[in-house]
Design a protein around this ligand. Structure first.
Ligand code: PLP
Length: 367
């Protein structure tokens, strides 16, 4: 069956490479000559063992993950990690305290969840609006914190770090759910990285956790066993039934990333795609408004208003209708902020992005 031509700019679950969907379709009823689907396969079988090991080795290769890090495939989504991170790491030091950089909805949620398990220090003053990353010279990091936490790309607000925070030796934790494998990253600078798969590396159901080995074994006693990184690491993420099909889809996406040049090539494309949209915004004399500071504008999620700073709802509807007529979907901004948001994850092509320029230009020229 031909793949339909709809262009999906959704923030997640998001577009998958068509070749991945086709391969999954071809293998759906009979995976690699086994006579069964991955959907039906025992997670204890040697065939599934090969799938999960291949997914891990592709990740290790693509991110150059050092040997002293474990790679886990867990359930519970990014939100599950908002609890797992403090449950496993806040007890690293006696004070049970953690530093949180709050730069958007997702880091704010993570900080709130962590408060259940210890003391949370918000590193910089509360922001009036999530449109910038305060200068690191204004942060007050606590040297006795168990870890420093940040979200490297705030999906709702389109705020992305273009640097890795310096923590003076304190363990660094990052939520990379919405920019994972969209650019190279030096894993050795982190104690832990996590990412839900459903934006850049697959479909919903599986969350990757990359954790340094010396951080295992410090979970609070009330940590549920399925959330305990040490238990999952010792069992190769098979303490209980893992999300087998989602892990399989991730292996196909990782192979696709590898065949398309890896994280450096993804970065180049993501720079090009996002610049196309930001260039139009910048050249529009205030007709299109992106509220985010230029230094931290996301390459993954481009939020903007149409017509004026607070948005002209009639024009925004006109834009969405124009895009929809041309087969483009999921461009509406998050319900908490309104406006428009174009998500440009790895599987969104240059051609997809060029197609979006047309409705942008049409309404600008006609208004
Ligand atoms: N972190 C980030 C940056 C996200 O964008 C999201 C969801 O969009 C989450 C965490 C929560 O992920 P989940 O819905 O898988 O719990």
């Amino acid at each position: 069956m031909e793949h339909k031509q709809t262009i999906n700019f959704g923030a997640g679950p998001a577009k998958l490479p068509p070749s991945v969907l086709l391969q999954a379709q071809n293998e759906l009823l009979n995976y690699s000559g086994t006579g069964i689907s991955v959907l039906e396969m025992s997670h204890r079988s040697s065939d599934f063992n090969k799938i999960i090991n291949k997914t891990e080795s592709l990740l290790r290769e693509l991110l150059n993950i050092p040997d002293n890090y474990k790679v886990l495939f867990l359930q519970g989504g990014g939100s599950g990690q908002f609890s797992s991170v403090p449950l496993n790491l806040i007890g690293l030091k006696e004070d049970r305290c953690a530093d949180y950089l709050v730069t958007g909805t997702w880091s704010a949620k993570a900080a709130k969840e962590a408060e259940k398990y210890g003391k949370v220090n918000v590193v910089h003053p509360k922001l009036d609006s999530y449109t910038k990353i305060p200068d690191p010279s204004s942060w007050t990091l606590n040297p006795s914190a168990s870890y420093v936490y940040y979200c490297s790309n705030e999906t709702v607000h389109g705020v992305e770090y273009n640097f890795t925070p310096e923590t003076n030796g304190v363990v660094l934790v990052s939520d990379m759910s919405s920019n994972f494998l969209s650019r190279p990253v030096d894993v050795s600078k982190f104690g832990l990285i996590f990412a839900g798969a459903q934006k850049n590396v697959g479909c919903a159901g599986v969350t990757v956790v990359i954790v340094r080995e010396d951080l295992l074994g410090h979970a609070l006693k009330e940590c549920p066993i399925v959330l305990d990184y040490k238990v999952q690491a010792e069992m190769n993420s098979l303490y209980n039934t893992p999300p087998c099909f989602s892990i399989y889809i991730m292996s196909l996406v990782l192979e696709w990333i590898k065949n398309n040049g890896g994280s450096a090539a993804m970065e180049m494309l993501n720079k090009q795609k996002s610049s196309m949209i930001y260039d139009i915004i910048n050249a529009s004399n205030g007709f299109y408004v992106c509220p985010v500071d230029t230094a931290c504008r996301s390459r993954m999620n481009v939020p903007f208003r149409v017509g004026k700073k607070e948005g002209n709802e009639a024009l925004e509807k006109e834009f969405l209708d124009g895009a929809s007529k041309r087969g483009m979907i999921s461009l509406k901004g998050h319900r908490s902020v309104g406006g428009i948001r174009a998500s440009l994850y790895n599987a969104v092509t240059l051609e997809d992005t060029k197609a979006l320029l047309l409705p942008l230009l049409v309404i600008y020229v006609l208004t």
